[in-house]
Structure formats: structure tokens, C-alpha cells
Design a protein around this ligand. Structure first.
Ligand code: WT7
Length: 635
């Protein structure tokens, strides 16, 4: 399909959707923000409680180190939990959780607050103080958000490592963050099997001896080693009198923080070397995340919201943990695999819990689509009102299936483009907007996005270029932890005054954005973000490997799959068995998501004269495309 046809397929919202939308006019809201950016965000900030108001909404005196709501005192946890307790929401469900094995747990706002306070007291008793880093490496259990909120409540900085990562990935993140306390589970259930979280943590800690305490939540109950004096069971600590020691039982005073105090860091992959820790703060993040969730997913008091991501990624941080609680919403969380034990698992839970809004990744839709319509058709999905996607471009075919089979042609699909770095939705529809399958539509009010050429000049409608952002936004990253130079160089140096996203895109004649994909060394596998450098360094850590290059090639379900090219050390013989060993090695070091689909043994790799691997050339060769400009090729 060409661009012209692509932008002609339009889905208009029904009168019913428009009638109940929280935001009635995109244009009006966008014009307001364009006219008065600070006034716009200040008005949004009024929805939340501040211990002390700000002096300035946006301080841009030290670009690109922007600061938001300076002088204000707040704590995101006060807005997520404490303030609801004096209202009727105290008794409203904050969280409904279903385990893969069918376990069901629910938490009212009162109950969630109580658990968070008790765990905050545990952390304090272990010596965790404001500004300390805590690494959280858990399965998808309610204790994961509880641990995050407890850190935030006392002003500690959480660093959540996705539970699908493995030894080397975990080790690098613990070490870089300099955490003294880690929180994990004995294991987690996935696809009917146990993921050995505690054993992976033990292996990672052999390589980082500075960690003093490990708190282990018992989920699976299988046997795991516990190291005396270092490892403690969550349930035993929570039963100690210390959790009630603060004046008034089950209480823990929420630390009063500056709006710009750090809330969390989250590692993500970029162009070079090791993953970088993206740093987010309390005040601006509260405003950005709360505002976007209310406007885009139109949440109502009586709604049940399901963001099917993992809390270990930014989607989960912003829209499972913080966003819904900021709005006092009811969130549903599921532990396991979408197809366990059968491919109707998700749809049976939509029916059982009466989910109103479902937000997931295109890869999940493509994966479930393969099993056919009969599975969703067995279920009553009429509670659904709105749908959403995130993480990678959605192909129009999957979009139409989601719209017709899951949304029964009643539910608009919010295709939200954003990043770990942006913290909040950046290019996204609102429910009242016309939709085009495969387009994330237009920038959220207050966001100025554009598509530019190599020189930073806007390209003509329909032409491909680099996606940039031209105004700061409240939930933006503040820096890369302990590496401010890299923050400047990575995001703000390609074009002066503009944030460089690392994505390519087109903008059509209606101003709709079509995201194409990454232009750097990031590979998106099933929506997960991996760096070629991480995969290559895992390969090279195997004794048989001299050199390696990883690229992403199109894959029907995953979006991209990893293909690796490997030069063996002298004396090593290429074989299928060795290829399998290397795949398993990457899986063991980084995690199953990073396992290469295919390994090809090669005698040499295309490189520039300065020795940089030209992955672009490898990709072109694999796809049978022209190699482009190879004047710098040394080979
Ligand atoms: C990259 C950021 C943001 C939460 C999850 C991903 C890609 C994200 C879309 C979308 C096309 C998308 C981009 C972006 N991406 N959303 N709706 N359409 N591409 O966060 O892991 O930081 O990855 O994901 O390439 O740069 P992340």
C-alpha cells in the first residue's frame, strides 16, 4: 500500500465515544498548550496535591537540563495513595491481580497503602534512606508495585530490572546503580514453568559483592538457597514488630520531597556500550503521566483498566503503577503468559473482570491473531470501550483485527508513541480523533514533534526523516544517572535545541505521524528494546567467539528477530551444535528475549576503516537490498 492509500483509510469515533470523552476537542487543547505551555501544564498540575506550590513551571535556564515545577514540594506516593484515603476511594479496589495458576488477590486503596507503609518501614529498618538506590528484580506480582511505591515513599530511587533479563544484564544494572539492597522473588510462573529469579540473582551477586541485603518474596514456594545474614524472606520481615514500629500501626510518613528529586531510574539500551540509566523525578512525572492517562484512555471512576505490559518496563512504571493510582483508578494485573493454558486466557480475563480499557503491544496482538478468531469469539468482550497499543509500529492488518475481533468495531484504538526517556505518551490519538491504522496520529497537546532531514530542516509531507521533539515536557528524563555528558551527547547534540528520538518517521498531509523504526543500534524484539552492543558482548563472552555483530531482521510476530554474525577464534569449527550453544549462552547471560533467532558463522565482518561494524550493510545483504553508500567500507 502506498502512502496516499494508507492515509485514506479513516476510522471515525462514534457519537457515544465523543459524548463521554474527557477531552472533547484535540484542537482546542493543543492550541491552548501552544499559546501558553507553562499555563497549560500548571493547570494540569492543579489536579494533584502539593505540599508547597512551585515558583516556576519550567526552568530552562540550564538547557538541556530542564527543570519542572521548581520550588514545589511533593511525593508521587502522596498523590497515588495517601490522598485517596480520606475519600470514598479508600474502599475502592486499586489492584486486581490474577496469577498464572488462577490465584486471585485484590487490594483496596486502604490495603495497598497499608502494605506499602509496612514495606517502607522494612526498607528503613535496613538502612535505606532518601537518595539510596534499590534494585528490584521480581516477577509480575503485586509485591512489585508495592516495593516500588515503598521506595518512592521514603525518597529512595528504585531501579527495576525486568524479570525476563538474566545474570549479566542484572549484574551490570546492580553494579552501575550501586544498590545496597535488592528485592527479588524465589521464582515466577511463566508458561507453566518456574523462572529461577533467586538463583539468577545469586549468580549476579557473585559478581557484585557490595550488596548487603536481599529481600525475597515467596511466590513459587520451590526450594531456593538463602544466604544467612544477607537474604531475608519478605513475609518474615513484614511480620516483625519493626513494620509497626512507627507511631501508629501500619503507618509510615511519606517523605516530603522536592519536585525535582529523583523517583526512579530505568535502564534502557542505546547506541553505544552498556545500557544507560534514565532518570525520572517526582513532580513533572506525576503531572505528565496523570494527565496523559486521563486524556488518552479516558479513564472513569467505574472503569477497570488493564495495561498488559510488565511493570519492569517504562510502560508498566507509568501506566500500571503510577498513572492509574494517580487517578484513583482500578487496575488489573496478570502474572503469566497470554496463551497459558490456552490462547483464550486474555479474553477470558477481559470477560471475567469486565475490563473496560485494554492496552498492550502489537506483538501480543499478532501472536494471538495466529490462533484465529474462535478463541476471542467464545467470550463476551462487550465491557471493552477503548483499546491501545505501544512499543513498536502496528501493522494495519493487526490493527484491523484488533479493531474488528476484539473491539467489535466499537472501540477506538489508541496507538501511543513514546519512550523510556519521555516517560509519558508523546504522539497519540485522543478518543475523539479520526484514526488511521498504523499511525500514532498527532502530538499530545504541548508536544511539538517534527520530521527533519540530516541538517535538521523539516521534510515535505510524506517524506521519511528523523523524528525530533522541539519543546520540553514535564515527564521528560532529566539525565542519565552518573553520566550527564552522555545525556547531552545522545539526545541534544545532533540538532541544537531539539531532542533526538532515535526513530525515523513520516508525517502525512493531515499532520499524522507514521513511525518507521529505529535509526540507531537498537533492536525492538516483541516490543522489547535491546542494544546490538549488549548482544554482541554476550556472544564475545563465550570462549569460542572472536567477534560478533547483531542485527534485527523482520519477523512476522516479533516485529524484529535477532540475527547474529560470528567470527570464531582460530581452531574453532563452525557447526549447528555450536550455533545452538551460542544461542543458549546469550539466553543465559541476557535473558530469553535476547536469544538470537539465527547465528551465521562468517570469516569477516563489514567494517569502516576506523573499525566500526557496518550493521547497515549486513542488513542490506540479508534482505537482498542495495548496500547503499559503502565508500567507507574497509573489507
Ligand atoms: C521505542 C521506545 C514507550 C513504551 C514502550 C517502549 C518504539 C514505541 C511506538 C508506537 C511505533 C513505537 C520506538 C521508540 N515505539 N511506541 N506506538 N509506534 N513505534 O519504550 O523500550 O523505550 O522504546 O519504541 O522505536 O523509540 P522503549
Amino acid at each position: 500500500m502506498n502512502n496516499e492509500q494508507e492515509s485514506q483509510e479513516i476510522y471515525r469515533p462514534s457519537a457515544e465515544v465523543i459524548a463521554q470523552a474527557n477531552v472533547k476537542s484535540y484542537e482546542e487543547m493543543a492550541r491552548w498548550a501552544e499559546r501558553d505551555l507553562e499555563g497549560f501544564w500548571a493547570a494540569q498540575a492543579e489536579q494533584f496535591t502539593w505540599f508547597q506550590r512551585w515558583n516556576k513551571v519550567l526552568d530552562d535556564s540550564n538547557k538541556p537540563f530542564y527543570r519542572w515545577f521548581t520550588g514545589a514540594k511533593t511525593n508521587i506516593v502522596y498523590n497515588c495513595l495517601d490522598r485517596h484515603l480520606t475519600t470514598w476511594r479508600r474502599n475502592k479496589l486499586a489492584l486486581i491481580w490474577e496469577g498464572e495458576n488462577g490465584d486471585l488477590r485484590t487490594f483496596s486503596y486502604h490495603a495497598l497503602h497499608r502494605e506499602v507503609c509496612r514495606f517502607a518501614n522494612v526498607l528503613r529498618s535496613m538502612g535505606v534512606r532518601k537518595g539510596d538506590r534499590v534494585t528490584i528484580y521480581m516477577g509480575r506480582v503485586p509485591e512489585l508495585p508495592i516495593a516500588m511505591l515503598a521506595c518512592a515513599k521514603i525518597g529512595a530511587i528504585h531501579s527495576v530490572v525486568y524479570g525476563g533479563f538474566s545474570v549479566e544484564a542484572l549484574h551490570g544494572r546492580i553494579e552501575d546503580s550501586q544498590s545496597n539492597v535488592c528485592i527479588t522473588c524465589d521464582g515466577s510462573f511463566m508458561n507453566g514453568k518456574i523462572v529461577e529469579l533467586k538463583r539468577i540473582m545469586d549468580e549476579a551477586l557473585k559478581r557484585s559483592p557490595t550488596v548487603e541485603h536481599v529481600i525475597v518474596f515467596k511466590r513459587t514456594g520451590h526450594d531456593v538457597p538463602m544466604e544467612q545474614g544477607r537474604d531475608y524472606w519478605w513475609h518474615e520481615l513484614m511480620a516483625l514488630p519493626i513494620t509497626r514500629a512507627a507511631p501508629g500501626s501500619n503507618r509510615n510518613d511519606t517523605e516530603i520531597l522536592d519536585a525535582e528529586d529523583p523517583l526512579f531510574m530505568l535502564y534502557t539500551s542505546g547506541t553505544t556500550g552498556k545500557p544507560k540509566a534514565i532518570l525520572h523525578t517526582h513532580g513533572g512525572y506525576t503531572v505528565g503521566v496523570g494527565t496523559t492517562l486521563r486524556a488518552v484512555f479516558d479513564l472513569k471512576e467505574e472503569d477497570r483498566w488493564w495495561c498488559a505490559a510488565d511493570p519492569g518496563w517504562i510502560t508498566g512504571h507509568s501506566y500500571i503503577v503510577y498513572g492509574p493510582l494517580l487517578l484513583g483508578a482500578t487496575s488489573f494485573m496478570y502474572e503469566g503468559a497470554p496463551t497459558y493454558p490456552y490462547p483464550n486466557r486474555w479474553w477470558s480475563m477481559v470477560e471475567k473482570y469486565g475490563i473496560n480499557v485494554l492496552y498492550c503491544a502489537p506483538t501480543a496482538i499478532r501472536g494471538l491473531m495466529r490462533f484465529g478468531e474462535a478463541w476471542p469469539n467464545r467470550h463476551d468482550l462487550s465491557s471493552l470501550r477503548l483499546l491501545g497499543t505501544v512499543g513498536e509500529p502496528i501493522n494495519p492488518e493487526a490493527w484491523r483485527w484488533y479493531y474488528r475481533v476484539i473491539g467489535r468495531e466499537r472501540c477506538p484504538i489508541m496507538d501511543t508513541w513514546w519512550q523510556t526517556e519521555t516517560g509519558m505518551f508523546m504522539i497519540t490519538p485522543l478518543p475523539v480523533m479520526d484514526l488511521k491504522p498504523g499511525s500514532a496520529t498527532r502530538p499530545f497537546p504541548g508536544v511539538q514533534a517534527d520530521v527533519v532531514d540530516e541538517q535538521g530542516q523539516p521534510v515535505a509531507p510524506g517524506e521519511e526523516g528523523y523524528l525530533v521533539l522541539k519543546t520540553p515536557w514535564p515527564a521528560m528524563l532529566r539525565t542519565i544517572y552518573r553520566d550527564p555528558d552522555r545525556y547531552v551527547q545522545q539526545y541534544w547534540s545532533k540538532y541544537p535545541g531539539m531532542y533526538f528520538t532515535g526513530d525515523s518517521a513520516r508525517k502525512d498531509k493531515d499532520g499524522y505521524f507514521w513511525i518507521i523504526g529505529r535509526v540507531d543500534d537498537v533492536i525492538k524484539v516483541s516490543g522489547y528494546r535491546l542494544g546490538t552492543a549488549e548482544i554482541e558482548s554476550a556472544l564475545v563472552s563465550h570462549p569460542a567467539v572472536a567477534e560478533a555483530a547483531a542485527i534485527g531482521l523482520p519477523h512476522e510476530v516479533k516485529g524484529n528477530a535477532i540475527h547474529a554474525y560470528v567470527i570464531l577464534k582460530a581452531g574453532q569449527e563452525p557447526s549447528d551444535a555450536l550455533a545452538e550453544t551460542l544461542k543458549a549462552h546469550v539466553g543465559h547471560e541476557l535473558g530469553p528475549i535476547a536469544r538470537p533467532e539465527k547465528i551465521t558463522f562468517v570469516p569477516q565482518l563489514p567494517k569502516t576503516r576506523s573499525g566500526k561494524i557496518m550493521r547497515r550493510v549486513l542488513r542490506a545483504r540479508a534482505l537482498g537490498l542495495p548496500e547503499g553508500d559503502v565508500t567507507t567500507l574497509e573489507e
